[in-house]
Design a protein around this ligand. Structure first.
Ligand SMILES: *Cc1c(COP(=O)(O)O)cnc(C)c1O
Length: 343
């Protein structure tokens, strides 16, 4: 069998390439030196997103990892701790940056089936003022969490709890627009419960680079120093911010297409005998325990489907703006044919 020309790439929603119109917006962006706060396009992106999220200010950064790191460095000092989920990106997938660079200790807690942390467990993990303990300074949530949407009433309860204990509440909202679109609510309906929020432009929104940290103006001013210190002060970054502005204008509502396509693919896979939970947004996880994973990896590769089959106990499939209805139809058929041969 010859190698297919076109791959349907389900590994992540970060694999999308900027469309011609987005590239055009980047090329024609008005720019200046953003370290001197003279880049009008960066400022427009920061204020546009802050306004949509109901926040005072925003700060553009190269990556979501840096945006979360800068948030943690701004909220917490040396010897402070933040409460976070075991599988949360800010704990598990950011290289231990808060500990390595900020002397900030994570207090990881098990996560609930819906992707949150049990709030009684959070309350029990908040340390009293005692010299034996690190100072608890922050609660960090993630939405969507591996494709799952945190219920709004849970956000409200988390907000009430953190207010009672005088803690700020940070959202790793790398994919918060997926949650808003799936719930058919505004961004603000989700972000209003948080003190600070980090949003990725380079996931489902399809920009090549960029995240924005949002919060109170005083907080963002302090975060700006941490961004500079961690090497995130960029110069004519308006060319990158222009992609983010284009994405906010053109690529938010269409996330519903990604969600519909994920559901369509999941239904076909379930009918073919694969084990998975129906996706809430653009992400699903095939239980790979009973699958011949090596064989599946070869089959997918030969038939033009890219998915990470070997390195995890489940196979993550993510839909995004570079996968259309034909790609879903093709990929579903490839999985079905494999099931017919193997199950
Ligand atoms: C991708 C991601 C990040 C980090 O973003 P990068 O731009 O890849 O550094 C943070 N949190 C979540 C939930 C993510 O999916």
């Amino acid at each position: 069998m010859s190698t297919p020309l076109h791959f349907c790439d389900f590994r992540s929603d970060t694999v999308t390439k900027p469309a011609p119109a987005m590239r055009q917006a980047m090329v024609s962006a008005e720019v200046g030196d953003d370290v001197w706060r003279e880049d009008p396009t960066v400022i427009l992106l920061e204020t546009t997103l802050a306004q949509r999220a109901g926040m005072e200010a925003g700060l553009f950064m190269p990556s979501g990892t840096q945006s979360n790191l800068v948030a943690l460095l701004t909220h917490c000092g040396r010897g402070d701790e933040y409460i976070v989920g075991q599988q949360a990106h800010t704990y598990k997938y950011e290289g231990g940056g808060a500990a390595a660079l900020g002397g900030i200790q994570p207090q990881p807690l098990n996560m609930t089936a819906f992707g949150g942390i049990d709030l009684n467990e959070v309350e029990n993990a908040i340390k009293p003022d005692d010299i034996h303990f690190a100072r608890t300074r922050l609660l960090c949530l993630e939405n969507t969490m591996q494709g799952k949407i945190l219920p709004i009433d849970y956000l409200q309860q988390a907000r009430d709890l953190t207010r009672r204990h005088g803690l700020p509440l940070h959202l790793d909202g790398a994919r918060v627009f997926n949650a808003a679109v799936a719930l058919n609510c505004s961004l603000h309906d989700i972000t209003r419960w948080f003190d600070t929020v980090s949003i990725c432009l380079s996931k489902g929104l399809g920009a090549p680079i960029g995240s924005v940290l949002l919060g109170p103006a005083e907080f963002i001013n302090r975060a700006r120093r941490w961004r500079k210190m961690t090497g995130g002060g960029m110069r004519q970054a308006g060319m990158l911010a222009a992609a983010g502005l284009y994405a906010l204008e053109h690529n938010v509502d269409r996330l519903a297409d990604d969600h519909r396509r994920a559901r369509t693919l999941a239904e076909r896979l379930l009918r073919a005998g694969y084990i998975l939970e129906p996706p809430q947004t653009n992400m699903m996880f095939l239980d790979a325990a009973h699958l011949p994973r090596e064989k599946l990896a070869v089959w997918l590769e030969q038939n033009g489907v890219k998915a990470e089959c070997l390195n995890r106990h489940n196979i993550r499939l993510v839909t995004h703006l570079d996968l259309n209805d034909d790609d879903i139809e093709h990929s579903a058929t490839v999985f079905e044919q494999f099931a017919q041969q193997q199950f």
